[in-house]
Design a binder for this molecule. Sequence first.
Ligand SMILES: [Zn+2]
Length: 447
Amino acid sequence: MASTLIFGATLLTVDSEDRVLDDGWISFVDGRISGVGTASSRPASAEFDEALDFNGKLVMPGFVNAHTHAAMVLFRGRAEGQSLLTMEGWRNAIREPELAMLPEDVGPAVDLSCAEMLLSGTTTFCEQYFFAEDIADAIGRSGMRAVVAYGVVQLGDEQKGREEMAKAIAFLERQRTAGGRVIPWLGPHAPYVDNSEDLLREETAVATRYGVGLHLHMAAGPEDNEETMARYGLTATAALERDGFFQARVHAAHCLDLSDDDIAIFARAPQASVAHCASASLRSGRKGICPVRALREAGVVVAIGTDNVAANNSYDMIAEMRVAGLLAGHREGVAQVISSRDLIRMATIEGARALGLEDEIGSLEPGKAADIIAIDLDAPGYSDCPDIAALLVYSGSGRDVRDVWIGGERLLSDRRLTRRAYAEIRADYRRGYRAFWNRVDARRAAA
Ligand SMILES: [Zn+2]
């Protein structure tokens, strides 16, 4: 039985009372949190296999990155001047080179993405892409926890849609019983734009049958609503509701152009949530901004995601909380319309809730999985102000994260990855990157 006690730290519990404990302690046994408290109730160090004095550190639940495409680290920096939230920008910067991608490109790229996420304090992420099997393998190597939504892109090809669904079902079957930290979902890429009405109905039926969620892009590009308005006189959200989509668990990324009626659809759906990707939104140049305040006031779960790092270009969830806070204040014309505490909740427990994992992760509470991070409060950017949430969100950085545990396993130890050295992961990625882009160039030359 492996047991650990961390003491002397400032604990940001993100529990239902949002308790912050000075001189706090947390213990975990066999991967689960066994106790949380302050100095007066601290158990004896001798009762544990290891006892760590974390004085000067902030200890909190790991971040949940609610939307990304980890293999797309291959495209980082390659989308300058393109709006990735329009079909045209996506086709130019991503889809065209993506056609040269092979399964062997995916592993080293996802390895690097997982390393970067761990190094900035993310312990769980929500992934959607093709090559789901290869992605799941890489996540397994990293030790991270992730929802992997099998990406389905049909683009008018019915036969392809059928084949993809068969593969997606095989993926659900395999991953359900694999016993790892990967949770399989389905990922219709962009409803109606590249997934037909029939395919969407089938995806909903399969998700319901397997009890898994649907992770998709919604109201991200102007085409989403244009397409359904032209066809049915409905917004994409309303069309999806008409087609029964919201009977399943729905986790929708972006949601830039939601009407009041669309927000009401999210609010009355049994399990609908939004992944707000503020940096990707700003970088796309799109005028629409996700109505985070209205969604939250309507009772909708809003989580925070980085989106792919061609659109962002960073996995830093602390930076992403900051941008989300700034953008919401700007949109509403109200200073800090979302508090720092709430931004932290969105990046942790609300992310867990969006993925149906709120009983398992997202806060420091006994019984939950020990997904824990420690941040160096002696690093530049943290003064002695007692409002630790405001310091973290508005002057912190993912680079201040020193330690990460997932399921009680220490995956980052004083900024050193424990399973595999970062330099090795980076070297493999570099080789894969060259091979991929050489293939893209050869394909372009032959066209
Ligand atoms: Zn996306």
